[in-house]
Write a protein that binds this ligand. Structure first.
Ligand SMILES: Cc1cc2nc3c(=O)[nH]c(=O)nc-3n(C[C@H](O)[C@H](O)[C@H](O)COP(=O)(O)OP(=O)(O)OC[C@H]3O[C@@H](n4cnc5c(N)ncnc54)[C@H](O)[C@@H]3O)c2cc1C
Length: 502
């Protein structure tokens, strides 16, 4: 090891971001002499939300040697195959965004082109009728995908709904078992050294000082190091993302015998409500714009739309959509809410924690934190956030509701990157994929089609097949998906069978 190798890595914050980072870096660097210390304050606590994930979470904990069944059990989790969007296009309309493909691409032509042609001829059902993940979700069934799917039609993925505090506890246990040192104290001040302004020490309320070579800021919205000490600046995306508050409330399950294997996202007058089923309780929240509705009105709407008895007092959480101008500055890297937050839609925040950790591993510096590494990290992070931002804006832009909040969302200009994507899809169903996209083509198709943005033209190459052939192929797909869903166990039964839910 050279003299300038990082010897002391200090993580600030013990929420989901802090403990995921600690566990993953401790595992990755287990054979190095680098010491990892995490400072958290149980008196301050964590944000206590963040319970829906996307499938990459399973790869994340898998790399730590954790198995699905174990994580599901320890975190009271359920499976998530999709998000159901209710009332976004218009009142009474509903569609799924599944973690999986639609139909089969044939002869280098995307399935959605064939679907569009058949739809125009009145010969296709809803596009969701050609997705196994949707078929399972609609019937409340769950089974993991076959390891070697018999056809591309059987390909789908799944994620988890988990208890955020139990998941952070699992990550903490993993990190501690890998030698991470935990300190429970409040950080009172941050010392920077001369002349380069690098962070050198944290001063705790006990008077103790924690010194480090590299600091990971997982202190949540406050960004204690990245903003408090280093004044990095924040790009506010409020012109595009109008929601700026949420009220969260845990309740009893609507029906403990029926666990939907999907998140629900229900549009209301000034935002949307999440419903996240766990094994033992339900997470609920209303994400809204304070310009269009008061906290009291939002809470009243949420209460009206939660069937189970409340288990907690409502928690009102203000947020500012946007991101730190630099996620990495000097010897400090921000991860989690300290780096930025868009909003809860599509559960992207924990996924962005995972990608930040991946990049830290990829570009791990020495004590000098030289500019090329910092710049590369910041460029990649900026692109990742912007891609996710565009995907989220799309949901609002294409809404078909009439309330003033929704009209504002529809009328707001969108970033050029998103406009370009929408134009190409609208013109001939072309899907633009930029670097550092977290969401794949099928997700964009789900949203375009679900919200009613249908292309003007489909690919003329679909004419290779005559209509009768396609009609039969479409009917066969529906039949085989229906049969696969019928053969799968109900989600609640699956969790019981596997000994996950007792
Ligand atoms: C309403 C809402 C809903 C969300 N839903 C989802 C979702 O469904 N899916 C998803 O992926 N994400 C979601 N998120 C985001 C998700 O909650 C976060 O990404 C995740 O919880 C990580 O938070 P964190 O660890 O960065 O911050 P926090 O949980 O806030 O943790 C901050 C840590 O820093 C410590 N700390 C702060 N100051 C000090 C100090 N002075 N001294 C010592 N310690 C300190 C705190 O004690 C705490 O341990 C949601 C967010 C919001 C606001």
């Amino acid at each position: 090891m050279n003299n300038s190798a990082i010897e002391r890595l200090v993580i600030v914050g013990g929420g989901t971001a802090g403990w995921m980072t600690a566990a993953s870096l401790a595992s990755h660097f287990s054979k190095t002499p680098m010491a990892i210390t995490l400072v958290e304050s149980s008196a301050i606590g964590t944000i206590g939300v963040g319970e829906a994930t996307i499938p990459s979470i399973r790869r994340f904990y898998g790399a730590l040697g954790l198995k699905d069944a174990e994580v599901l059990k320890r975190t009271q989790a359920t499976a998530k195959l999709a998000i159901q969007f209710d009332g976004w296009r218009e009142s009474g309309h509903s569609f799924f965004h599944p973690f999986g493909v639609y139909g089969q691409d044939v002869r280098q032509v995307g399935f959605h082109h064939y679907w569009l042609r058949m739809h125009r001829e009145g010969l296709a059902g809803d596009i969701g009728d050609y997705s196994l993940a949707v078929a399972l979700a609609q019937s409340g069934k769950f089974t993991p995908p076959a390891p070697n799917p018999p056809t591309p039609l059987s390909v789908f993925d799944w994620a988890l709904h988990f208890d955020a505090s139990l998941f952070a506890a699992l990550m903490k246990d993993t990190a501690l078992s890998l030698g991470v040192e935990a300190v429970d104290a409040r950080i009172d001040s941050v010392r920077c050294r001369e002349p380069d302004g690098f962070i050198s020490e944290l001063v705790l309320d006990s008077g103790k000082v924690v010194a480090g070579d590299l600091f990971i800021d997982c202190s949540g919205f406050r960004g204690l190091l990245i903003e408090g000490a280093l004044q990095t600046g924040f790009d506010d995306w409020g012109e595009w993302l109008h929601c700026d508050r949420a009220v969260a409330l845990q309740s009893e399950l609507d029906d403990p015998e029926v666990l939907p294997p999907y998140t629900r996202s229900i549009a209301h007058s000034a935002g949307w409500q999440w419903k996240i089923p766990l094994q033992h309780r339900q997470g609920n929240g209303y994400v809204y714009s304070s310009q269009f509705i008061s906290d009291d009105e939002a809470l009243a709407t949420l209460r009206e739309n939660v069937a189970g008895a409340p288990r907690t007092e409502p928690n009102i959480i203000p947020f500012r959509p946007g991101r730190r101008r630099q996620a990495w500055r000097k010897n400090c890297i921000a991860v989690g809410l300290a780096a930025g937050f868009l909003e809860p839609l599509e559960s992207t925040s924990i996924a962005l924690i995972e990608t930040a950790i991946d990049k830290i591993k990829l570009l791990f510096p020495d004590k000098n934190c030289v500019a090329p590494l910092v710049d590369e990290f910041n460029d990649m992070t900026a692109l990742e956030y912007e891609r996710v931002r565009d995907f989220i804006i799309l949901h609002y832009k294409l809404n078909g509701r009439s309330e003033p909040f929704w009209q504002r969302c529809r009328d707001s200009a969108v970033p050029d990157t998103l406009q370009h994507k929408m134009d190409l899809f609208r013109e001939r169903g072309h899907l633009v994929k930029y670097r550092w996209e977290i969401f794949q083509n099928a997700s964009w198709v789900a949203l375009y089609m679900g919200l009613g943005l249908l292309p003007a033209r489909y690919d003329p190459a679909t004419e290779y097949f005559d209509t009768d052939y396609l009609k039969k192929a479409f009917a066969q797909m529906r039949q085989s998906l229906g049969e696969a869903a019928a053969a799968a166990p109900a989600h609640a039964a699956f969790l019981a069978q596997e000994g996950i839910r007792t």
